[in-house]
Write a protein that binds this ligand. Structure first.
Ligand code: PEP
Ligand code: MG
Length: 584
């Protein structure tokens, strides 16, 4: 159907599949006018009472949000709201606002002034942790002010109606508040397919387009009233025309039917018609993600990103807290494997309370295994929790960001110390716990034969492998067009890793986003990967591709693709292969 001229279509990165449309909610639209009246001395008690009412109301709302997020998204993601509740009792805020009101300033202006002074003061401090609290103060201050003035709130967690969220970017803590029953879809100016907002959107099954760039900022961010977000095509239609809405309904219905057919594959194995079986596993960030895993009946968890248990809180999780989370997942999956990756902090994933210094190149800096090998006190607590949980299911341990064999040896030495400690404590654990590494640096990929002798399995992290081998920041939308999973160099690295793993007799998995990308599946299957781990909702379609394609054909396709010269040629070839499969 032809689209009328006036609807503007923006192109971005297809971050989470599906299509949804509705009224736009602008996350950035936080400004509201402040009243100018002065408070006369006799009205001071009344104004202070109104301020305290706003504090109580904020406290109540934060409590509701905290419980809802804990229930629907996970306790780890709810911790940020407990921290915000503490701000409400801070005398630096409460006493100072009261003082200003006594001096005649109206409540709203007093709140706004004190919050902005506190924010500014914190932002200038040396201490990284305290500096990060500036954002919390602003967030809470904004809530108090809105409650004081009785204006509707912009926080994602309090959304009352179904909306399409437009934002410049979404931080991991903002993404944690996204409620699939309120947020129809989201669109952001920044970010790429592998930014964490995109990863979480896929696991929540919220259609999303990210990295819309300046076009969205100019055109859509502040103006559009309604929008259609097509997370499969990577398209956002601003203020759609009736014809757009009609086409939208058609596409949505088609997508639904397709989805229903895929769900019916739940009980069937990911096996090619000529009998080659691949394990399809899911990536998770917390036990709350298990619902999605069960829905698609994944063969296990191929990547448990444990750093999310460390985020949105004020201190490190204890051994017991971690043990309970890991045990819950291990018990639910029972005989199905759960690959727990040790803390992968740094890069884009910050932990303000660790007070990590700002780095010039965070992705090349003190992150993941490097941090853990320096801070063995933190590392050992996690290893003890994982080992203890291994007595309750089929856990495998995985180290991230390995660049050299020495790191593997050091990590294994720390693991041996923790095992000895647990023996002394009389704690049970799985004696034959498998230990693997992520292959996500070119250094590891090119020495995979050496690494393979020291570990039980490999898992290829393409998000970082692409970033590091092509020198393209995975978070920077300016260069996102260069983040090219199908670059011949990347494919050669992947081929080499698989060959090295298999030569040493160990299985090779992939848990980067490429493993869930439909057009990559014939290629990955043909290259001989044993396991693919992806966001749970991607499992059915990947299974459908595998069930429609013989292993023989897949191997030929992979061979052909590896002989091509450019990523563009490879993509186009893979698309043709998929078209011939007639997936519906
Ligand atoms: C990867 O780098 O591909 C990966 C799976 O890890 P993360 O996205 O958490 O860095
Ligand atoms: Mg990684």
């Amino acid at each position: 159907m032809a689209r009328e001229k006036q609807a503007l279509v923006l192109k971005g990165t297809a971050a989470s599949p599906g299509i949804a449309g509705g009224p736009v909610y602008h996350l950035e639209a936080r400004e509201f006018p402040l009243p100018t009246y002065q408070v006369s001395p006799e009205r001071v008690p009344e104004e202070i009472a109104a301020f305290h009412r706003a504090l109580r109301e904020t406290e109540g709302k934060l409590e509701t949000i905290k419980k809802r997020v804990a229930r629907e998204v996970g306790a780890d993601k709810a911790a940020i709201f407990a921290a915000h509740q503490l701000v409400l009792q801070d005398p630096a805020l409460v006493d100072e606002v009261e003082k200003r009101i006594r001096q005649g300033t109206n409540g709203a202006r007093a709140i706004a002034a004190v919050v902005s002074e506190l924010e500014e003061m914190l932002a200038q401090l040396e201490d990284e942790y305290l500096r990060e609290r500036a954002a919390d103060i602003r967030d809470v201050g904004d809530r108090i002010l809105r409650n004081f003035l009785g204006v509707a709130g912009p926080a994602l967690a309090d959304l009352e109606e179904l909306v399409v969220v437009f934002a410049r970017d979404l931080s991991p803590s903002e993404t944690a508040q996204l409620r699939p029953d309120r947020v129809l879809a989201f669109a952001t100016v920044t970010g790429g397919r592998t930014s964490h907002a995109a990863i979480i959107a896929r696991s929540l099954e919220i259609p999303a387009v990210v990295g819309l760039g300046e076009a969205m900022e100019r055109q859509g961010l502040s103006r559009a009233k309604e929008a259609i977000v097509d997370g499969t095509r990577g398209e956002v239609i601003l203020d759609p025309t009736p014809a757009d809405w009609a086409e939208y309904r058609e596409r949505k219905e088609k997508y639904r039917g397709f989805h229903r057919r895929l769900v019916s594959l739940r009980e069937l194995p990911a096996q090619t018609p000529d009998g080659h079986r691949v394990e399809l596993l899911a990536n998770i960030g917390s036990p709350a993600d298990l619902k999605g895993v069960e829905k698609v009946n994944a063969d296990g968890i191929g990547l448990f990103r444990t750093e999310f248990l460390y985020m949105d809180r004020n201190s490190l999780p204890t051994e017991e807290e971690q043990f309970l989370a890991y045990r819950e997942v291990a018990e639910k999956l029972a005989s199905r494997p759960v690959v727990i990756r040790t803390l992968d902090i740094g890069g884009d994933k910050e932990l303000p309370y660790l007070g990590l210094a700002q780095e010039g190149n965070p992705f090349l800096g003190w992150r993941a295994i490097r941090y853990c090998l320096d801070r063995t006190d933190v590392f050992k607590v996690q290893l003890a929790a994982i080992l203890r949980a291994s007595a309750y299911g089929t856990i495998r341990l995985m180290f991230p960001m390995i660049a050299s064999v020495e790191e593997v040896r050091q990590a294994r030495a720390v693991l041996a110390e923790v095992r000895a400690e647990l023996d002394r404590r009389g704690e049970a654990y799985d004696d034959r716990l498998q230990v693997g590494v992520m292959i996500e640096t070119p250094g590891a990929a090119l020495t995979a034969d050496i690494l393979a002798r020291e570990v039980d399995f490999f898992s290829i992290g393409t998000n970082d492998l692409v970033q590091y081998s092509l020198a393209v920041d995975r978070e920077n939308e300016r260069v996102s067009h260069l983040f090219e999973t199908f670059h011949p160099g990347v494919l050669r690295l992947i081929k080499g890793i698989i060959a090295a793993g298999h030569a040493a007799g160990i299985p090779v998995a992939m848990c980067g986003e490429m493993a869930g990308e439909v057009r990559a599946i014939p290629l990955l299957l043909g290259l001989g990967l044993d396991e693919l781990s992806m966001s749970a909702p991607a499992v059915p379609l990947v299974k459908q591709v595998i069930r429609s394609l013989s292993w023989r054909d897949a191997r030929q396709m992979a061979n052909h693709a590896l002989g091509l010269n450019t990523a563009g040629e490879i993509r186009a070839y893979m698309d043709r292969c998929l078209e011939n499969l007639n997936l519906g």
